[in-house]
Design a protein around this ligand. Sequence first.
Ligand SMILES: Nc1ncnc2c1ncn2[C@@H]1O[C@H](COP(=O)(O)OP(=O)(O)OP(=O)(O)O)[C@@H](O)[C@H]1O
Ligand SMILES: [Mg+2]
Length: 253
Amino acid sequence: MEGVTPPPSPPLIEIEELALGYEHDGAHVAVLERLDLSIARGEFIAILGASGVGKSTLLRVLIGLAAPSAGVLRFDSRSDCAMALVFQDARLLPWRRVEANVALGLEKTKLSKEQRRVRAVEALRGVGLEGFGERFPHQLSGGQRQRVALARALAVRPDVLLMDEPFSALDTPTRQRLQDDLLMLWRETGKTILFVTHDIDEAVYLADRVIALGGKPGEVRASVTIDVARPRRRGDTRLRDIASLVESKLRSD
Ligand SMILES: Nc1ncnc2c1ncn2[C@@H]1O[C@H](COP(=O)(O)OP(=O)(O)OP(=O)(O)O)[C@@H](O)[C@H]1O
Ligand SMILES: [Mg+2]
């Protein structure tokens, strides 16, 4: 019908006035306070902020490993909003072969052994590690181990990928290759990604939007949209300008 536009789809995740603290020597220490963030389906968000501001804590809240003390966390009801978390270090089990590591998150599911194997093989292919399933973690490079960690996350077919400084331990060429592979994967799968990093250039190269956390307790200080078409060029002056802007927001903290 003319003149009738469908209602805008609701955000995939909506965080309102989120607060969280820890008990320390009987005292309550606030880590996050009044944190508001709305995440659209398919969005690639980078999260920056000083060490200790609560970035990892925020990811832990989203995946259900930490409980907020106040606030609302709303997930789009049309999606089961499955999530997976990737850490800075790959955290693979050294005694398990790569394929068994990737299938780890599937063991509590109803999938048969064969189905789990097929999923693991498929996830390994997705990160460019076809044929590495029989190796042990110590037979891989750091970058390959991080790819396995990503495959393990992808194997559960999450809607949302939470990534906590996943590439920060890698050398520059490896990191850049993984960034580009992640962008390709994101484009092909349409997943929603929350990517924590300390590297402003990495954030502006990858993301649709950069969230700068600041303060003590931490809150959202700035949300900067990166309106630069992909594929992007590293060192693009527009990206450099945005990086300077983000840096000033983080510095003013
Ligand atoms: N389990 C815990 N018990 C008590 N305090 C904690 C716990 N986990 C984190 N904290 C504290 O909460 C604050 C936020 O920690 P968090 O790990 O979220 O920071 P971050 O922004 O990820 O820092 P980094 O950049 O160093 O990884 C810190 O002050 C930390 O000491
Ligand atoms: Mg952290």
